[in-house]
Ligand binder design. Structure first.
Ligand code: SF4
Length: 689
């Protein structure tokens, strides 16, 4: 007799509810949970991978130790004991910064990892701390901290009530929403138009989300900052500033006005390719809407001016009054509120700098673009041992080839991972946690970024094998042993922190209450909460933070060469960064790892559809199949991110290993304000093979 289990899919930010039919320890089917109040039955094809990951014969179930070129299974005591000893040894001989840490994106989708990793960082006390944050979202955090007082105080588009959504550099239909947790995104976006609203999409590619947009405009990669600032310029020039009640607690409006004089729509037109008249019209329509929200994601964050872009987006929402009110950009109030104990007015920028390039830390992390050079550059403070957790930076960070070579030079590396991937294959020891259906889950992070306040706890579906460990057990024990505590070790399940946080949270919930509601609890729409929720000392919105105002000079002095061919990334609904490409179910069908190129550019460079092109940049060369399409702007080519699996021999009839875009991206080109990697707008040359 089959049974049903309800849980949250934790593969991406959308946190969809799934209904799993199972019998005798085997999954029979996975469907959307119609009674989940947030996702309303929606799921995407990736949810099938939950079963594939759980059943995969390639999933590691025991720790591995490298002996020569081969991995061999070892016991947990040996694996954790040797890892702690080697990390301590490197630290004792070379200092605490000789141990580096990289945490990948799945860390924040894992309840246990998320709530335990702080203990390991505390034990290691290294300044060489890196994560996926500086791959794609540092500008959001930087703008949030400098304007509102905390890096997690990120405004979320209230898409369920907005009447005008202006989108820069995003493809929500493929991503299912990003830094905007919004399951059932297609229906949510289509509803904007059904209630008479409008969606305007600005992107160098006519991407999948164009089908639900009223307007799409091509833009030159990296020039979004000029268009965004030109919109702000127009709001001032046309006297469209009406922050309403926000004016009572907003500082710096006049400074912004004075700083915008040179960022005219005409200047934006020459760099971006969007007509000055169009920019002015969009600014006026936005201001007139009464319920509008401006949102920008990957395309505007992973470029040279990511920090300025996210700042300008917040300014547009604030100056038009579309902030902290229904239909605009709003703050969440999650049941487990990570901001509840946040310190007010804390300085978290530039307290130390990276050894080689002198890049500033932010949120106790250094930009990931500096990780390879911190390993491969000789000298005091060089990283000699590395801990990676749920990450694959060889494929996901700029100039992955350089990092790959650097990893081979480490004295010791441990990877907490369930697969041997392009990064963990360099590890000395791999520690594989229990995963997926064997673990409990609560979305500590994505409820903070959700378009509605909800809460849901998922208990494990199946028990883990006695000879396996949860991520939190591994991480806490490593922290205990590296820290050299004399006390006997006892792991604390994340449920203890969750229950405490829920009880003292804004809704006074409890773990028991969530267990009684397996589909989740709807806590209502986002509510206005300013100025009380601001976390800076002044408890006022800072519209003109000094770092942003200073950085405007850099934007004014940047002269992109419009004749250059530039590279951007892209994402497909069936891809999940670098880590679901072993799934034949998700990989079947047309090859998705292609070079998109405009017909005019293809002709100019002698490229043919379906034939191989060679793409070169400062950092490397790849060969890839051409896909000629007028869905990509002239002067721009695109390769999806997350591919390049030839390194681990990941190839079957159904699976194209593809090439890694990060063999072309440049670790030396970053957003000079925030340190985020600048993946978008990489100059390349192309030729036929
Ligand atoms: S959209 Fe994301 S959370 Fe929802 S089913 Fe797909 S992968 Fe899972």
């Amino acid at each position: 007799m089959s049974e049903r289990h309800f849980r949250t899919c934790n593969l991406c930010e959308a946190i969809c509810g799934v209904e799993i039919e199972h019998e005798n320890g085997r999954v029979i089917s996975i469907r959307g949970d119609k009674d989940d109040p947030f996702s309303r039955g929606h799921i995407c094809p990736k949810s099938l991978a939950l079963k594939e990951i759980y059943e995969s014969p390639n999933r590691l179930r025991k720790p591995l130790k490298r002996i020569g070129k081969e991995f061999h299974e070892i016991g947990w005591e040996e694996a954790i004991g040797e890892t702690a000893e080697r990390l301590r040894d490197v630290r004792n001989r070379f200092g605490r910064d000789a141990v580096g840490v990289f945490q990948g994106n799945p860390s924040v989708h894992n309840f246990g990892t998320m709530l335990s990793s702080g203990a390991l960082l505390k034990a290691l006390k290294t300044k060489n701390n890196f994560s996926a944050t500086s791959v794609d979202q540092l500008p959001h955090h930087f703008a949030a901290w400098s304007m509102f007082g905390h890096p997690l105080l990120i405004p979320i588009p209230d898409i369920d009530r907005t009447g005008f959504m202006l989108v820069f550099g995003a493809n929500p239909i493929a991503s299912n929403g990003s830094l905007m947790t919004a399951p059932d995104i297609v229906n949510r976006l289509e509803s904007i138009r059904k209630r008479g609203g409008k969606i305007v999409l600005i992107d160098p590619r006519r991407n999948e989300s164009t089908r639900i947009a009223d307007e799409h405009h091509f833009i030159r990669p990296g020039s979004d900052v000029y268009v965004l600032l030109a919109i702000v310029h127009t709001l001032f020039a046309d006297n469209l500033i009406k922050p309403d009640r926000l004016a009572d607690f907003t500082d710096g409006i006049e400074t912004v006005r004075n700083s915008m004089a040179r960022f005219t729509p005409e200047r934006a037109e020459s760099g971006s390719g969007i007509a000055a008249g169009t920019i002015r019209r969009i600014a006026r329509e936005f201001a007139a809407s009464g319920k509008a929200v401006c949102y920008g994601r990957m395309g505007v964050s992973v470029q040279k001016f990511g920090g300025l872009c996210q700042w300008a987006i917040n300014i547009i929402n604030i100056l038009t009054g579309n902030f902290d009110r229904a239909g605009g950009a709003m703050f969440t109030r999650p049941a487990l509120d990570l901001l509840q104990t946040a310190k007010r007015g804390e300085n978290i920028f530039g307290r130390w700098r990276s050894r080689v390039r002198g890049l500033p830390e932010f949120m106790s992390e250094l930009p990931v673009a500096a990780m390879a050079e911190e390993i491969d550059t000789e000298g005091d403070g060089k990283i000699r041992a590395l801990v990676t957790s749920c990450g694959n930076p060889v494929l996901s960070t700029p100039n992955g080839s350089r990092l790959e070579k650097a990893l081979a030079k480490l004295d010791f590396m441990v990877s907490i991972d369930i697969f041997v991937n392009e990064t963990s294959r360099h590890a000395s020891i791999i520690l594989p946690p229990a995963t997926g259906f064997e673990t409990s889950h609560y979305d500590a992070v994505f409820n903070l970024l959700a378009v509605r306040n909800v809460a849901k706890y998922s208990p494990p579906l199946f028990g883990k094998s006695p000879d396996s460990r949860f991520d939190w057990e591994i991480i806490q024990e490593l922290a205990h042993r590296v820290g050299g505590s004399e006390e006997p070790f006892k792991a604390v399940p994340p449920e203890a922190k969750l229950d405490f946080g829920l009880k003292f949270g804004p809704y006074k919930l409890s773990l028991d209450e969530l267990i009684k509601n397996p589909h989740g609890i709807d806590l209502g729409p986002l509510e206005p909460c300013l100025p009380v929720r601001l976390l800076n000392d002044s408890i006022r919105i800072q519209l003109s933070p000094e770092p942003m105002i200073k950085d405007l000079e850099r934007a004014l002095n940047d002269d992109p060469d419009p004749s250059e061919l530039v590279l951007i990334g892209r994402r497909n609904l069936r891809d999940n960064n670098s880590w679901l490409h072993a799934s034949e179910v998700l990989m079947k069908g047309k090859n998705r790892c292609t070079l998109l190129i405009n017909p005019a550019d293809a002709e100019r460079h002698g490229l043919e559809d379906g034939r191989t092109a060679r793409v070169r940049s400062r950092t490397g060369t790849v060969e890839i199949t051409c896909e000629i399409t007028d869905d990509i702007a002239p002067g721009v080519v695109s390769i999806p991110h997350g591919y390049g699996h030839k390194r681990i021999g990941f190839e079957t009839d159904a699976i194209n290993p593809g090439v890694s875009i990060n063999d072309l991206t440049d670790d030396l080109v970053i957003d000079g304000l925030t340190g985020n990697a600048a993946f978008s707008g990489v100059p390349v040359s192309v030729s036929a093979v």
